[in-house]
Design a binder for this molecule. Structure first.
Ligand code: NAD
Length: 289
């Protein structure tokens, strides 16, 4: 079997086109467009590259997007005050805190200060709680991008074995809830699964496998069940190349669908951020509720 490669750029374009139409419709209905603010601390080159791609996508969709760069030595107190100012500003509909933040900043504490209705990354505990209950459309961006890729295959999750490798707060944990909401049977593996020597066995069960670890070629192609859908979230720099967590060449001969790295999950993640911004705007304007 030779897998169909899931083209993240094409999926991203399709989703951008549909959001562009939605923004045009909202403009008529609400008399304005979402205004999103990305708060960045310091100027790290890879963070700047991601912010540039956010700006490009926002402009294409027709959303207003501002980048606020704060000094690298800003205190937690001043940062919270800055976020609170954005919360109180009715012209701002979405707020995000760009990662990584410097070590002296408590990311989670600041994320919890973002008004839940403006929290475009879905990091506020109120939104995480609502997501578990299936009560919000503001979903963490990377898990949302994974779900879009799975949906694009046409494979139904109901009753399927979905195995996630990686249980981080930004990817694995929220993703497990989204898969469960579609009635997949969900297994979440992590470092202790490997330590117990059980990773290969769990992966072998997967009809749908999602890997989000950050270790190049951790998952070998021959561990994968014939016909599985494989979504590789990992981003690893090896020399001058970027590779995922799955051994792509061998996995592609077993899977039915597989995402490449780069060009798989990444390009869709940024669109999910914009979709959250649009949902935040609708929430504040009471459109569709
Ligand atoms: P993390 O470091 O927070 O978590 C890593 C997870 O992998 C943990 O659950 C850990 O227990 C598990 N793990 C570590 N070693 C393991 C092993 N040998 N076997 C099994 N599990 C193991 O990572 P994260 O922030 O979730 O990111 C994971 C990867 O996804 C990174 O490569 C990151 O760059 C990438 N990422 C990509 C996107 C995107 O949009 N494409 C977004 C976020 C993260």
């Amino acid at each position: 079997m030779m897998a169909t490669i899931l083209d993240g750029k094409a999926l991203s374009q399709k989703l951008q086109d549909s959001l562009k139409k939605e923004v045009a419709r909202l403009k008529g209905e609400a008399g304005g467009v979402p205004h999103l603010v990305n708060v960045m601390i310091g100027k790290e080159p890879s963070a700047c590259a991601y912010a540039n791609s956010q700006k490009r996508v926002a402009e294409y969709i027709g959303i207003s997007y501002d980048l606020e760069t704060l000094p690298a030595n800003i205190t937690q107190k001043d940062l919270v005050a800055f976020v609170k100012k954005l919360d109180a500003d009715a012209s701002v509909h979405g707020v995000m805190l760009h990662k990584p933040v410097p070590a002296h900043i408590d990311y989670r504490a600041v994320g919890n200060q973002i008004d839940p209705s403006k929290d475009m990354e879905g990091v506020n505990v109120a939104n995480i709680g609502k997501m578990i209950l299936g009560d919000t459309k503001i979903i963490p961006c990377t898990p949302a991008a994974v779900m879009e890729h799975i949906h694009s295959t046409g494979v139904l999750l109901r009753g399927k074995e979905a195995v996630i490798v990686g249980h981080s707060e930004i990817v694995g944990k929220p993703l497990s809830m989204l898969l469960l909401a579609e009635y997949a049977t969900v297994t979440v593996c992590h470092i202790a699964t490997s330590e117990a020597g059980k990773l290969t066995e769990h992966i072998g069960w997967a009809d749908v496998l999602i890997v989000a670890v950050g270790k190049p070629a951790l998952v070998k192609g021959d561990w994968i069940k014939e016909g599985a859908v494989v979504i590789d979230v990992g981003i690893n720099r090896v020399g001058d190349r970027i590779v995922g967590d799955v051994e792509f060449e061998s996995a592609k001969r077993r899977a039915s669908f597989i995402t490449p790295v780069p060009g798989g999950v990444g390009p869709v993640t940024v669109v999910m951020l914009m979709r959250n911004g649009i949902e935040a705007f609708k929430l504040q304007k009471r459109i569709g509720f």
